[in-house]
Design a binder for this molecule. Sequence first.
Ligand SMILES: C[S@@+](CC[C@H](N)C(=O)[O-])C[C@H]1O[C@@H](n2cnc3c(N)ncnc32)[C@H](O)[C@@H]1O
Length: 499
Amino acid sequence: MLTSLTNIVISFQNNTTSMHQDHVHAQPGNLDPTRKRLLSPFTSLKRKSIEIESDENEKDSLSDTTAVSSENKKFPKSNLKNFPAPSSPPATSTTFHSKAVKHHVNVVIPSPTARQQKDLSSLKTEAPFQGLSTVLYPVDEEEKRQAALRRYHHARSVDTSVVPLIISSLNPPHVPPTQLVLQSFRRKIQMLDGPGVTFAVDDEKLAYLSTTFEFINDYMLGESVTPVDEAFNSGCSCVGPCDPATCGCLVDDYGDITEDNGDANSEDEQEPIGKINPYDRKRSTAEKMVLSPEFLKKRQRIYECNFRCSCKGNCWNKIVQHGRQIRLEIFDTGNRGFGLRSLDPVVTGQFIDRYLGEVITEADADLREAADSKNKSYLFSLDFNQANFEEGDKLYIVDGQKFGSPTRFMNHSCNPNCKIIPVSTTNPADDHLYHLAFFALREIPAGTELTFDYNPTGAAEKVASDDPTIVPCLCGEKVCRGQLWPNARQKGQLRRDSA
Ligand SMILES: C[S@@+](CC[C@H](N)C(=O)[O-])C[C@H]1O[C@@H](n2cnc3c(N)ncnc32)[C@H](O)[C@@H]1O
């Protein structure tokens, strides 16, 4: 079989695009979010929908040039480089103007066999609608109607620098990139467990946040973080609902350990006077269980019933593990960055949400802090039981900067309306890994900013107000201490005292 090299003229024809939209739809490259594959003229060349002009004379005149296998119809690079590089329009651009006017590309087309020639000529006569040298196939009823009326447009060559290649039916309506990022961020927010979380923040700030932060539904454990083995896990042996007087999960009551006098671990030297029931059944309404007023004043850890407990089912000592029950909103405070508020009224002692993030070792936290010392602090130390730590024990830190929960946006106040309580929901034997749960210290009307004290035990510590390194507190409370934390202790401040 003879092979000939045909010089063909490729032009983007105005009608071609619409005629072959179905064709283009089928291309997986459509899904490429960068759309580069669709926008590249080179890619377009590969599509069958491009009109190719050739005639017998041209074939003949070129038949003595170099032969190349027809299977690999290669477009010589020397010609391709004339195509303009994609001008990287926004990912969702629906229309673009090809800057190429005409491009001559050498393509090898095998000479048809006698049989093929016969087939082709029969095709030409049988095909209902023909262009000057090209058989065209209308794709929808309107195009068929136009073609039947001979209104079919057959421009042979068009100045493609002014012909918009409209691919509107292939792409969603034009959406600016910021909106795209936001759409994807909002979709992710919907994946958060619990009632909705919304944003009252301008698009630009939200778009920036969405590129630097992601919501998560649980801790992300770092490589060096090892939870205590399940073999050490235990549960209560209550039959039926847990008895607040005897349930083995409840904390022993030592009477006088409060926020004011309180070392959380001083119980070691005393005999318990009973059990503290962390959640108040008396104050519960039909739908709400709250932290007991006694517990709100104490520095104690809550051990909720877990899957090892005999009580099973919907035990009243399972609150934090059921997750957030209120709608939250992240808003722009204007002077302290983002803040958090509840869209629902919150009652005293009500559970708000957990503080989540990457759980990392103290050494890793130090490295992160050193690398990013000027930024806001999102590091919380899981050091509530530090007095029990033994030589070699690892101290874990929760870093909510890049991954976290809505409480990552809670600001400090010198007169806070929330407080963090350490809560174990799975393995009570694990002194290093537990949850940091926020509870309401008082009634909080819907729409009020949720805050906590970043430095509850260090309230008295102040440094000279002319210290240039002080981070000023902007909580605006009458009792404001004027600074977020004594600056000499800024490093790791959240990591020390918040729990
Ligand atoms: C855990 S973040 C709180 C969320 C933060 N506002 C944001 O936009 O992501 C802690 C940081 O918020 C700022 N911040 C929180 N409370 C503040 C306050 N009362 N006054 C000034 N800045 C505060 C400080 O920059 C602090 O390092």
